[in-house]
Ligand binder design. Structure first.
Ligand code: EPU
Length: 336
């Protein structure tokens, strides 16, 4: 186990904010994690588990311990007919796993190509993009209780997945460290080309194959979303809000162009990016914080912005969406 004191967080959060953590622990094995949580090794509290730092906004130094899960290994566990079960350690970079599976002709994760972050954060967030959500492939998650070091498996149902959420972000928040995730993939993939221009993009690349679909998703992402290595950001800052059909009808009368999608809950999902753009925020700067010029749902650090500046900008955006549309935006990003 590697323990460091007074560490800069700059390379541990995709906003690139240069705050410090009092203590940082890198955990590589289940045994180390169990020892830590059973109290055999003492650490400064509070504890914050950090994956790739791609969904977090620090607003100051962290006066506790940051735990970096570094569990490695991608394995084919078994084959069941057309299904192939693959497991991956929480410390694997998500896109490395997607690359690994698509190269082997295993389908299920390709629409989620290039999403920043690590495998351990994927069930916590139930990541999604281009018509797919990771919950449709996860069969189980192994996690260790932060409270007593006990090891527990959660099957898909027990994970309590929802739109960009799970039990690990809800009722069990902060109580478990995810160490490994099992995915059910398909050796004979049926491609999901329903989102926007995916079909055309894939055709341009020579046809609908798994590898072309991955390439198309990467291409769309690179055109729309800023690369966190170049411009600090954490992907979508807010979730797309779900409103009542009544409110959606009122909004459609006032704003005929507003994108609306049926949500499985019976409500109507609205595009937060569209509303933010129509409040005039797209491409705007407030000090060193800004709104991305190609996707208004993404807030950026244009240079040496502070976490507070980004948070202030986000609150102003939230207020103007409330004023113009009467819709409350919830953050997808976790503010610390
Ligand atoms: N739109 C605008 N202006 C904008 C942004 C979007 O008018 O500035 C409109 C688009 O034209 C489209 C609609 O809003 O009609 C939806 O936009 P888009 O397809 O780009 O997706 P999104 O709803 O803004 C979601 C996810 C993204 C994911 C994309 C693609 C959330 C919170 N975000 O964004 O996920 O990549 O769909 O599937 O659900 C993330 O979670 O960090 C993330 C990047």
């Amino acid at each position: 186990m590697l323990i460091n004191k007074n560490i800069s967080l700059k390379h541990f959060n995709t906003f690139g904010l240069d705050y410090k953590a009092e203590c940082m622990v890198r955990v590589r094995t289940k045994k180390e994690a169990v020892a830590l949580f059973k109290g055999e090794i003492s650490f400064k509290k509070p504890l914050l588990i950090l994956g790739g730092g791609s969904n977090i906004l620090f607003t100051g130094d962290f006066k506790g311990t940051i735990l970096l899960p570094d569990f490695k290994g991608i394995r084919i566990e078994k084959k069941e007919g057309r299904s192939v079960i693959v497991s991956a350690g929480a410390g694997i970079v998500w896109d490395k796993l997607v690359e690994w599976t698509t190269e082997r002709g295993l389908g299920g994760l390709e629409n989620l190509s290039l999403i920043p972050g690590k495998v351990g954060a994927v069930p916590v967030q139930n990541i999604g993009a281009y018509g797919a959500e990771v919950k449709d492939t996860i069969i189980k998650v192994r996690a260790i209780s932060v409270i007593d070091g006990s090891v527990r498996f959660f099957n898909n149902k027990e994970c309590g997945f929802g739109y960009r959420t799970s039990i690990f972000k809800g009722s069990e928040k902060g109580r478990y460290l995810v160490t490994r995730v099992w995915f059910r993939l398909s050796g004979e993939p049926v491609l999901n080309l329903n989102y926007g221009s995916l079909n055309e993009e894939v055709a341009k690349l020579g046809g609908a194959t798994l590898k072309n679909l991955r390439k198309a998703v990467i291409h769309i992402r690179q055109n729309k979303l800023p690369d966190p290595e170049v411009t600090g950001n954490a992907g979508s800052f807010y979730k797309n809000p779900v409103v009542s059909p009544q409110l959606a009808d009122i909004l459609k009368k006032r704003f005929p162009q507003i994108p609306c999608y049926d949500d499985p809950s019976g409500g109507i999902k609205l595009a937060a990016g569209w509303m933010i753009e129509h409040c005039g925020w797209k491409g705007r700067r407030l000090g060193k914080a800004g709104v991305h010029e190609n996707q208004a749902l993404v807030l950026i650090n244009t240079g040496e912005a502070s976490g507070k500046e980004i948070l202030d900008l986000s609150e102003k955006i939230r207020a103007s969406v409330m004023e113009k549309f009467g819709v409350e935006l919830d953050r997808e990003v976790v503010v610390i």
